[in-house]
Design a protein around this ligand. Sequence first.
Ligand code: IDC
Length: 531
Amino acid sequence: MKNNQNQTGNSKVSKILIAIIAVLVIAVVGLVIALVSSKGKEENDNTTREHATKTDVTSETATKTATATDSGTTEQQTEITMDFVSVVAVNAWESDGRYFSQFDVKVTNSSNDVFTNWKLDIKVPTDTLLSDIWNGTGVVKDGILSIEAQDYNKEIQSGAVLSDLGFIISTKDKDGLLIVGQDNAFYSNGTLVDGLVVVAETTPTEEATQEQTTEEVVSNTPPKKEEGTPFANHGKLSLDGTDIVDENGEKYQLKGLSTHGLAWFPQYVNKEAFQTFRDDWGANLIRLAMYTDENGGYCSGGNREQLKQTVCDGVEAATELGMYVIIDWHVLHDLSPKVYEADAKIFFDEMSKKYKDYDNVIYEICNEPNGGTTWSDVKEYAEDIIPIIRANDNDAIIIVGTPTWSQDVDIAAQDPITGYENIMYAVHFYAATHTDNIRNKVTTALNSGLPIFVSEFSICDASGNGAIDYGQAEKWFDLINSNNLSYAAWNISNKNETSSIIKASCTKTSGWTVDDLSDTGVWIRKQILGN
Ligand code: IDC
């Protein structure tokens, strides 16, 4: 469907393509979706456009609940919800003294309604020319690039992502040139970052509601408790102050291991492997780490169905063994959980529907916010995701990541999430890098009553490699055990890096003997066994 009008221009352009290599630069920008009633649907373009301009959002406000701002349309709006658009810069070059940038656009509809029309307004430098656009029509006027749907892609079903949209623009000013290789920036001057508004007209028709219902996720029935397993003995967990307690109200400690990225090491997600950890290591917990933005990640080109299947296989295996299991949305390279929030909403809705009757499933909603993501960013995200999970499962433990790669629990402790039970906060450590200063943060946070979960750690350095620091590792375990902190060790794989618990030379995917374990594996097994 790409409009090839400018092919001649483009091939000329490509001849003098400057040395900048195309690297994905992702700028996910907030957007506001105004849901208008069918009466609203009849609004003329001017009204809609006016609304769009007045609802000018920044990425800051994007995840907050929006309210109607246009008095002219308020009455006609039945509801306002929010959503996300990602505008991904995929190429940049210079030609004839102008600076060109090419963007791929994705519009995600995570509302329950069908979008029956949509429009995007993107702020651009005033001298911008639109040189190509596909699967949409576009006009640049007064520093706004307005993109409208084509007849064939006006409708976006609930849960669907429209992704074939793209455009190329050029500017005179070098500032307009995309900075390739820099995350979260469109332009050096950031012009586009806070300039996107999306207006979608929707019809929450009965038909749409019915469609939704037929597609609804069926809740799985958990298998019977096998006697003698951790889950059979301790049942549903909850919090009492900073402690996890079992169904009898007794303090309980979860001790276990985290998978490596499920896209890369799915072979270790099998019942025999988990059984080895349960029976030979004394573990009662498995964490399933699904990267969101790394190569093959859930939101970066990975095979979503397959990844979800691996998560579900892991949950089933752990459940059959009576182990507790964490579903981890492994934010890392994406820096902020807000980047793929729309995907996270759909994912956690689906998972918590599926496992609403499983009392052994724990949700970790953002592994490690980093790169300047603040606690208030994380909190806003958490306050969007938690109600989605709670609507399906009203008491499962939910772990929220903290800023600086889940180190700043002290900052979270100053402004915790309120209004929900069983919310915990992640602290992660790599013993050869993170020492007293992070342990002090943990102590500070615990003293102020924040429930902490060590949902990832290892005993080497923060790269997951390098030498083991046994002395610091011991200090960490003193803190962990004296505060009844639960933990999951990174990582179940034989990758040639220190944090892998299996020797690189060992290809077994279960039933490891101590000889098959790396030095890290041997040490962690001892800790879990309590030796
Ligand atoms: C590392 C893996 C490594 C992989 C890399 C990808 O060990 O094999 O190539 O991620 O980015 C974390 C992260 C965790 C990291 C780990 C070690 O949560 O994903 O795994 N680490 O760097 N936080 C601190 C350290």
